[in-house]
Write a protein that binds this ligand. Structure first.
Ligand SMILES: Cc1cc2nc3c(=O)[nH]c(=O)nc-3n(C[C@H](O)[C@H](O)[C@H](O)COP(=O)(O)OP(=O)(O)OC[C@H]3O[C@@H](n4cnc5c(N)ncnc54)[C@H](O)[C@@H]3O)c2cc1C
Length: 235
């Protein structure tokens, strides 16, 4: 389906943690896209745009976007200025960062690796696989953020962890407090400790360019074939 200009309205904007905001945009009709895709939002009157992954499932009358406003550029300021009822111009749906279903037939594991708001497209991809598809292999999401105070969606992820035996969720903090009981460091450190058949692992990476470049190199060294590594670079 070719991308279309859609006019929506802000249903709500919620601070999830730190500088991270969830914005729900409501449309007149249900919208269809593939989990993992993104939208391009018009962020000023001159028509400047910023891309945001859709953080919710399709076939609803609304979409969620999850935005880290730390960069404080035009896009961040636009998101911070949005109020309930504001009109939003969206170009959607874009991108090819979607599950390769043919490849899932041969895969034993699907690994999702995110830093920061890179978790946004991975959540609906995982939910779609768990709720609607019959992938029976192991799925693991590893999410890297800096501090405990940057965390959100923990209840949602814990519920998936509890309800699906083949889904596992891990957090890695690079700058935790002393009390943090979980993994410390960067994604690469945790991935290094995992033993699995890497040649039968599909990987979906989302976040900063730096993380993706590093993880792609590391995963190839571990034996993940290049065509099984998919990524979305945010900046
Ligand atoms: C396909 C795609 C999907 C994206 N999806 C999301 C998403 O779901 N959520 C989201 O928060 N962002 C997402 N981004 C990034 C987003 O489009 C903007 O780049 C980001 O929000 C910054 O926009 P800005 O106008 O506030 O800052 P800009 O003026 O564009 O940038 C200001 C400065 O901050 C740096 N910067 C940009 N982004 C980040 C960042 N995330 N962390 C640290 N430094 C940064 C830039 O290099 C620049 O130096 C996505 C990007 C792409 C390409």
């Amino acid at each position: 389906m070719s991308p279309k200009k859609l006019i929506g309205k802000v249903e709500f904007r919620e601070n999830l943690a730190g500088q991270n905001y969830l914005v729900r945009i409501e449309f007149d009709e249900k919208v269809d896209f593939t989990p993992g895709q993104y939208v391009s939002l018009k962020v000023n009157s001159e028509g400047l745009r910023r891309s945001y992954s859709v953080a919710s499932l399709p076939e609803e009358k609304s979409i969620d976007v999850l935005v880290d406003t730390t960069p404080m550029g035009v896009g961040s300021k636009y998101i911070l200025g949005l109020r309930v009822g504001d009109e939003v111009e969206v170009l959607g749906f874009l991108g090819n960062f979607i599950i390769d279903f043919q490849a899932t037939e041969k895969a034993r594991h699907i690994m999702f690796l995110a830093t920061g708001t890179g978790i946004a497209p991975l959540k609906p991809m995982i939910e779609d696989l768990l709720y609607k598809r019959s992938f029976i292999g192991e799925m693991r999401l590893v999410w890297g953020v800096r501090h405990e105070t940057d965390l959100y969606w923990l209840k949602e992820m814990d519920n998936l962890n509890r309800d699906y035996d083949n889904f596992k969720f891990d957090i890695v903090l690079s700058q935790p407090t002393e009390d943090w009981p979980g993994f410390r460091g960067h994604l690469g450190g945790l991935v290094n400790e995992l033993t699995q058949d890497w040649s039968k692992t599909l990987v979906y990476l989302c976040g900063s360019r730096e993380m993706i470049v590093e993880m792609e190199k590391r995963l190839k060294e571990k034996g993940v074939p290049e065509e099984q590594i998919h990524y979305e670079k945010y900046y």
